[in-house]
Write a protein that binds this ligand. Structure first.
Ligand code: SF4
Length: 351
């Protein structure tokens, strides 16, 4: 829960006590509205609540009209350098702009964007990345650190607020998770605006999720952060899944099936990894906040099964299915997936 100022991004509220929202970003050419919408629909199914799209050229800005009209989640236009693309995106009806006011060269251009966004009730996210801190601030504060990044943010905030525009969201990102933590703690102490959290250039899968979870875990557990994005090199589809895993691990929000599976050892009596991955695939996008345990043997299996909504345990005589802490008996291997899915559907129907 956040005590930040409230900001409305289309149908999604952030800050002011609203739940932390999960964001993601498309990597299709925005100029191809059909392909981009296809990816947005997929990301929405996987739990993306706000989607960002890059707007690098006129064709992309033209395409935004159709994307905004059909998108199932609010759309954020990511703008660099060109005022005209920001104006066009606002005219297309985007629900938020993401700008680095430092690379819109003229203050009067930033003012023009702020005035139009203000008249449409569209918030602007100021994005400061460790790589975009201006030279004079790097010099003044002895390099890229939380002080120079915050000074850059303050400079950008002033450009907007001097026009009376306060519908602001801030993001301060670094590829260094602990710098991301320090600068967001500073931002949280210094300003009332909602904070979008992310570790930028976090790397490929595995690395990206760990770095993001470390930074976001620390910040969110301190009550800092209103939206999150786990940036991963390549397809954005794992991003919302990782975002939800972080929120669920912190007990902040539960929306999807949570898989618990044992690490396997010499006692293992079933292919835990294959089954856990299979179950994960089966339930992907299933909006059911329950726990499914996949356990390799009868030693620790029943213990986990008691705490899970549904569990499958390997035993010397085959697979046992458990539901709400009670054994449903043995299940033949070839019926396991069907039975698991049946039971999940039963749970869903009763909720
Ligand atoms: S549940 Fe059984 S198989 Fe899995 S790690 Fe524990 S002891 Fe080993």
């Amino acid at each position: 829960m956040s005590s930040r100022l409230g900001v409305q991004i289309g149908k999604v509220s952030i800050g002011a006590g609203a739940p932390v929202a999960v964001q993601s970003m498309t990597n299709t050419p925005t100029s191809d509205h059909a392909l981009t919408l296809q990816q947005i629909y997929k990301l929405a199914t996987l739990g993306t609540e706000i989607v960002r799209v890059s707007v690098p050229d006129d064709q992309s800005a033209d395409s935004l009209f159709r994307i905004v009209e059909k998108s199932p989640v609010p759309v954020v236009a990511d703008i660099h350098f060109r005022t005209d693309l920001a104006i066009k995106s606002l005219e297309a009806g985007v629900h938020k702009l993401r700008l680095n006011p430092g690379n819109i060269r003229l203050a009067e251009d930033v003012h023009r964007i702020a005035e139009l966004a203000g008249s449409k009730g569209v918030p602007i996210r100021i994005g400061v990345n460790s790589g975009s801190v201006p030279g004079d601030l790097r010099e003044k504060y002895s390099g890229v650190n939380e002080d120079s990044m915050w000074a850059a943010a303050e400079r950008h905030i002033a450009l907007l607020t001097e026009t009376g525009f306060h519908n602001i969201v801030l993001s301060l990102k670094s590829s260094d998770p602990m710098l991301t933590v320090r600068v967001n703690r500073k931002a949280s102490a210094e300003c009332p605006y909602p904070l979008h959290l992310g570790v930028t250039e976090a790397g490929p899968r595995g690395t990206a999720e760990i770095r993001s979870a470390v930074a976001m875990g620390i910040l969110l557990s301190e009550g800092i952060g209103d939206t999150i994005r786990v940036s991963i090199s390549g397809s954005p589809e794992p991003e919302p899944l990782a975002g939800w895993e972080i929120l669920s691990s912190l007990d902040l929000r539960h929306r999807f099936v949570r898989i618990v599976s044992c690490p396997t050892c010499a006692r293992t009596r079933l292919d835990v990894e294959a089954l856990a991955l299979k179950v994960q695939q089966m339930v992907q996008g299933h909006r059911l906040p329950v726990t499914v345990a996949v356990m390799g043997c009868e030693v620790n299996g029943p213990g986990e099964a008691r705490d899970a909504d549904l569990a499958v345990i390997g035993t010397p005589t085959g697979f046992m299915l458990w539901k709400n802490g009670k054994s449903l008996g043995a299940v033949p291997e070839d019926k396991l997936e069907t039975r698991l899915m049946e039971e999940l559907n039963n749970i869903e129907r009763r909720r």
